[in-house]
Design a protein. Structure first.
Length: 360
């Protein structure tokens, strides 16, 4: 009798992480494990969702709740109700959750209330900023999880400091698995550099979507000004998140985009191709910070803190908050860095580690 695993995903970073584990289930545990994929719909448009399933060869979700666009509480509540009904019907042995989104928290709560074991992939991360919805989601999810798979020793230490030691396992980072697997595939298949007429190491790649930046007009304006400063030195490619685009239009900030190359959200392989060949990456995304590290590209993080402290300590990542001046200064400094290559995110076998523990 095979192990039944319900996997909850809803946002771009979760599609990427789930791809690594889904591939191992399919290729190495066929007949011993069955995965039932639930897509909450949190990222719903084609560029933010469907194209990732296609590029990453993720199984078609058995369930799509199509829940998006509401306030945090309403969205999480609707997801909780929908996931609970699915879990009652499917009766899995494990519920597998990823990261720190509303989908993560809804899956954790639904399973815990039904006494179904929860496995949290990317457990133990902390920004120590409770104003971030992601911080609330990850802390609460960790509290009700049975097995906590930590990507780094720092994450293990964070849980220990909170009194959580049982069920904790340092598995390595599934995103590193994915980065290694798709590194060459992206270069071979993607045509994005040709379409945008880009040369290797002669452009910057930028993303901005976190609520702490987009919901604060002053911070968002500073970030756009900082990107404009960099655009005077090299092209800045800016895949524009739907929410960020909406807020820019609502507050009349379109003029700050004049010097920036704005594109639609990119397919996964296109994003990986640009990440590998950029001169510098500017982002407020946790996942993109790590992808920059994996591909050996300097990163400027437009936040006041990061969960991925290792990338800062090793010299690859610079925190600049939301300051145009600091962004410009960090770019100048990034040209002179001599970062460490210490491997802190595992050996690219995190998915195998996770499945080994769940199966056994």
């Amino acid at each position: 009798m095979s192990l039944r695993i319900v996997t909850i995903v809803g946002a771009r970073p979760q599609f990427i992480k789930a791809a690594a584990v889904s591939r191992v289930i399919r290729d190495e545990y066929q007949g011993r494990a069955e995965e039932i994929l639930v897509h909450t719909g949190q990222h719903y448009d084609e560029n933010m969702s469907k194209v990732f399933f296609d590029d990453l060869d993720i199984p078609v979700p058995k369930f799509n709740l199509e829940i998006s666009g509401a306030q945090h509480g309403a969205m999480t509540g609707r997801m909780l109700e929908g996931i609970e009904n699915i879990l009652i019907a499917e009766n899995p042995d494990w519920v597998l959750i990823y990261g720190d989104t509303n989908s993560t928290l809804a899956g954790a709560l639904a399973a815990a209330k039904l006494h179904i074991p929860v496995a949290h992939v990317e457990a133990g991360l902390r920004s120590f900023n409770m104003k971030m919805p992601e911080e609330v989601n990850r802390i609460l999810s960790d509290r009700v999880s049975t097995k906590l798979f930590c990507p780094t020793q720092t994450a293990v230490d964070n849980l220990r400091n909170e009194g959580i030691v049982e069920g904790v396992h340092q598995s390595g980072d599934v995103m590193y698995d994915v980065a290694l697997f798709y590194k060459n595939i992206a270069i071979q298949r993607s045509r994005i550099k040709q379409q945008l007429h880009l040369e290797d190491r002669k452009f910057a790649l930028a993303t901005c979507h976190r609520a702490e930046n987009t919901d604060d007009t002053a911070r968002l304006a500073e970030i756009l000004k900082g990107l404009s400063v960099i655009a005077r030195q090299m092209p800045v490619i800016f895949p524009l998140h739907p929410r960020t685009k909406k807020i820019i239009e609502q507050h009349g900030l379109q003029g700050l985009l004049d010097q920036i190359v704005v594109v639609e959200p990119l397919a996964f392989l296109d994003m990986v191709a640009l990440e590998q060949t950029a001169a510098v990456i500017l982002t407020d995304s946790g996942g993109v910070q790590k992808e920059a590290f994996f591909y050996g590209v300097p990163c400027i993080t437009m936040r006041d803190e990061t969960e991925w402290v290792e990338t800062v300590e090793l010299g690859w990542n610079t925190l600049v908050g939301a300051s145009a001046d600091a962004i410009g200064q960090a770019l100048a400094q990034s040209k002179n860095i001599n970062p460490s290559q210490t491997p802190v995110y595992g050996n690219g076998q995190a998915a195998q580690e996770i499945l080994k523990y769940l199966i056994n």
